[in-house]
Design a protein. Structure first.
Length: 262
């Protein structure tokens, strides 16, 4: 009896062992820390991963790991999580990623998104933290610029961003600036120092609510070249990068206040 009881205890203990870092799976996943995985690539880096409304798309926010240090010296005290419900399997033009997890992304983003690959995630538990995003992305992709159509579904049309070019020259008539939509990024200059934030929240990024800027990644100096991907619907923020320069932990893209740009 003692031996049988010991076997049962051992089996139960194995079942409840934490999943090893580096192993993602369908369910509630956290972002790996820089100590667990310091690799830097397109759309991910030590302690962070980009979020988008489509596979290999423009950034709408970030998820961060515990211990990530922001530009203002604040150190993240907890993990951001994502309900990975499935993946879109396609290179989508990215040289490093072929599997794009989607679902509810928490943290200061708090909404539905794709993430830049599975490499930065580690499973915490089965099941999901929310029923949000359970039905998956439903918007048909648009042209890739080479005559083909994006075969993966999107969370939103690009019309959620500012398209009012007559009101604001940084707004794209397509919603985003890209090689196949407007000929590339929109180039401008910082009129004054621009605080660069990792998140403004999914509601603001997707044009349905006010911004809640969080996670300072750096400051773009006055006079610097800024390359714009899109402007939010309310024209309060530009999603952009400081040309040729990196921000905290190898990040590049950030939300800059529209008012500090030319």
């Amino acid at each position: 009896m003692r031996r049988a009881a010991a076997v049962v205890v051992a089996v139960v203990a194995v079942l409840f062992l934490p999943h090893p870092a580096g192993a993602w799976s369908i369910g509630v996943n956290r972002v790996q820390t820089a100590a667990e995985d310091g690799a830097l690539g397109v759309g991910y880096g030590p302690g962070w991963v980009l979020l988008s409304y489509k596979a290999n798309g423009p950034m709408v926010g970030y998820l961060f790991a515990r211990d990530f240090r922001f530009a203002d010296g604040v150190v993240k005290g907890s993990f951001d999580h994502m309900d990975i419900r499935d993946t879109g399997d396609s290179s989508a033009g990215n040289p490093e990623i072929s599997r794009w997890p989607w679902g509810f992304a928490g943290g200061s983003f708090d909404g539905c998104a794709y993430a830049y690959g599975t490499a930065k995630f580690a499973i915490e538990r089965d099941g999901f933290s929310s029923t949000r995003c359970a039905n998956g992305p439903t918007v048909q992709g648009s042209s890739n610029g080479d005559g083909s159509i994006d075969t993966l579904r999107w969370w939103h049309s690009e019309q959620v961003f500012c398209t009012a070019t007559g009101v604001d020259p940084l707004c794209s008539p397509y919603g985003v600036w890209s090689e196949n939509k407007g000929g590339g990024l929109k180039v401008t200059t910082a009129k004054s120092p621009c605080a660069a934030y990792g998140n403004i929240g999914s509601a603001a990024a997707y044009g349905s609510g006010p911004a809640a800027p969080a996670h300072l990644l750096g400051t773009v100096p006055a006079g610097a070249q800024v390359d714009v991907r899109y402007v939010t619907k309310d024209r309060g923020w530009a999603m952009a990068k400081w040309h040729g320069q990196a921000l905290a932990a190898g990040t590049h893209w950030a939300f800059l206040p529209r008012g500090c740009l030319g």
